[in-house]
Design a protein around this ligand. Structure first.
Ligand code: FES
Length: 187
């Protein structure tokens, strides 16, 4: 810009100061524009960082003490429902008595739990993603006393394994650990 404006100042004398002022105004406007872009861009970049509350949701603590035998609770973890069921001795026995040869997605119950009575599974049907019924005592639990997905009729057993219907695989077991005898952390 300096090269193109210099001859104009020499030719027009007094107008030179006007040009200079315009230069100054243009430069000032440019500087404001640059600052404006910076202000707009920063929140955009900032919004791409995970918020603190989102990070906190990457793990979920569950107090097991209030869950009686035979009951279940649903907690949200990373936007998905997770079923935590306190299984009765009969439910554990039913899961363990099932021959693997009868399973569509063979997996021993012992490999799906850390403590016999506590089953922790992601509550999303592996067919097309509905949330199966069976968490409330009044819900239908399907032919195998686990969960029933009414969307297309998938039945899961007391280990969350698919036993009947179109779902191809068992309910997923999320990563979790016991932080005390009555507390787990999912994630
Ligand atoms: S989504 Fe569960 S059976 Fe289709």
């Amino acid at each position: 810009m300096a090269e193109t404006m210099a001859p104009a100042k020499a030719a027009h004398g007094a107008e030179g100061s006007g040009e200079t002022r315009r230069d100054f105004l243009m430069l000032t406007t440019g500087a404001f524009a640059a600052v404006g872009v910076g202000v707009v861009v920063w929140p955009f970049i900032h919004s791409m960082n995970p918020a603190r509350d989102v990070l906190a949701l990457s793990s979920t603590e569950v107090d097991l003490a209030p869950i009686a035998a035979g009951q279940a609770v649903t907690v949200m973890w990373r936007g998905k429902p997770v079923f935590v069921r306190n299984r009765t001795a009969e439910e554990v026995q039913a899961a363990r008595a099932t021959p693997l040869s009868e399973l569509k997605d063979p997996a021993p119950d012992q490999g799906r739990v850390q403590r016999d009575q506590w089953l922790v599974v992601v509550g999303v049907c592996t067919h097309l993603g509905c949330v199966p019924l069976g968490q409330k005592s009044s819900d239908p639990r399907g032919d195998y006393n686990g969960w029933f997905c009414p969307c297309h009729g998938s039945h899961y057993d007391t280990s969350g394994r698919i036993r009947k219907g179109p779902a191809p695989t068992n309910l997923a077991v999320p990563e979790y650990s016991f932080t005390s005898p009555t507390q787990i952390r999912i994630g």
